[in-house]
Design a binder for this molecule. Structure first.
Ligand code: PBG
Length: 349
């Protein structure tokens, strides 16, 4: 091999020594910085704290009522008075935001999901109650019609098709009643084209210019949402699947176009959902867009981990942190997770 600088054997030897110093064993021993707890802490690139969490909770009617969600051990639907207590606890633990999802009574579900526009529906009532009692926690709400429709879809359904533009009109109304109730972050999870721009415009002209939008930017048509649909009571009602609006899980390029549009239309933050099977998407969006980027560790991911932990197949003390840390490593600024309260307790200890 000829090298421009390696004219003499000495020079060659020097080069070799330099290379060793730069990249080779034994000068380089990657185990050195792993040898003790303090050394590992010193070089640790990402940390996990309650500041990273958004805690999704499920609300239902009644007073002093709680119901276990059977496919999500440890997760309950709470009546609003108990949801307020949960919000206080979250605030005290340092969790910045809770996300409120309603289990709408079946008699209030219709084909057009008009209960979404009712100023006194479960979500709006819960938001008002929480804002009133716990003003210093952020509240996020979902914008989509699935908890309010008899067919369980996120949009209006006509002749087996989901109508895009007609749905947007209702989503705008839904966003406004939620903002009026005191919601801080609107989370459009419906995946209709153009909804972020329409919602942003309506918020601007209605005096809610400070309300943030966290767009469900890359939301995939996923079977990992199963337990959530049980929690909000839409699993029995959903007809067909959501593949004509949620993304195809075989694709990644589309996430970039979705993000470009959402950011241009006025989203303050973007989200990837589900979480752990989609870390490539989190990483891609964070590196391309440099905007606050979140991942949703969804109900099926929670169920899967809890099932293994409860069977003694995985160590719950470590595996949950490992799973959540992966989001930070991939570039997420925070995570929506059903583990938020329990993990915040642990991290605060
Ligand atoms: C509703 C919505 C869903 C989730 C959040 N908002 C379900 C769906 O799209 O069918 C899923 C959350 C989870 O699984 O934890 N549009």
């Amino acid at each position: 091999m000829t090298h421009p600088r390696s004219q003499s054997p000495d020079a060659l030897a020097g080069d070799t020594a330099d290379q060793t110093a730069a990249s080779g064993y034994p000068a380089t021993r990657l185990r050195r910085t792993r040898q003790s707890d303090w050394a590992r802490r010193l070089v640790r690139q990402t940390t996990l704290s309650p500041d990273d969490f958004i805690w999704p909770i499920f609300v239902m009617g009644g007073k002093n009522q709680r119901e276990q969600v059977s496919s999500m051990p440890g997760v309950e639907r709470l009546s609003i008075d108990l949801a307020v207590i949960a919000a206080k606890e979250a605030r005290d633990l340092g969790i910045p935001v809770i996300a409120v999802f309603p289990n709408t009574p079946p008699e209030k579900r219709t084909g057009d999901g008009r209960e979404a526009l009712n100023r006194d529906n479960l979500v709006c009532t819960a938001v008002r109650a929480i804002k009133d009692a716990v003003p210093d926690i952020g509240i996020m709400t979902d914008v989509a019609l699935d908890p309010f429709t008899t067919h369980g879809h996120d949009g209006l359904l006509r002749d087996g098709r989901i109508l895009n533009d007609e749905t947007i009109e209702i989503l705008v109304g839904q966003s406004l009643v939620q903002a009026e109730a005191g919601c801080d972050i609107i989370g459009p999870s419906d995946m209709m084209d153009g909804r972020v721009g329409a919602i942003r415009a309506a918020l601007e002209t209605s005096g809610f210019q400070d309300v943030m939008i966290m767009a469900y930017t890359a939301k995939y048509a996923s079977a990992f949402y199963g337990p959530f649909r049980e929690a909000v009571g839409s699993s029995g009602t959903l007809s067909g699947d959501k593949k004509t609006y949620q993304m195809d899980f075989a694709n990644v390029d589309e996430c970039v176009r979705e993000a470009e549009l959402d950011i241009a239309e006025g989203a303050d933050m973007i989200m990837v959902k589900p979480g752990m099977p989609y870390l490539d998407v989190v990483s891609r969006l964070k590196s391309e867009f440099h905007v606050p980027t979140f991942a949703y560790q969804v109900s099926g991911e929670y169920a899967m981990l809890m099932a293994a932990v409860q069977n003694g197949w995985l160590d719950g003390n470590t595996v949950i942190i490992e799973a959540l840390q992966s989001f930070k490593r991939a570039g997420a600024d925070g995570v929506l997770t059903y583990f938020a309260r329990d993990l915040a307790r642990k991290l605060n200890d």
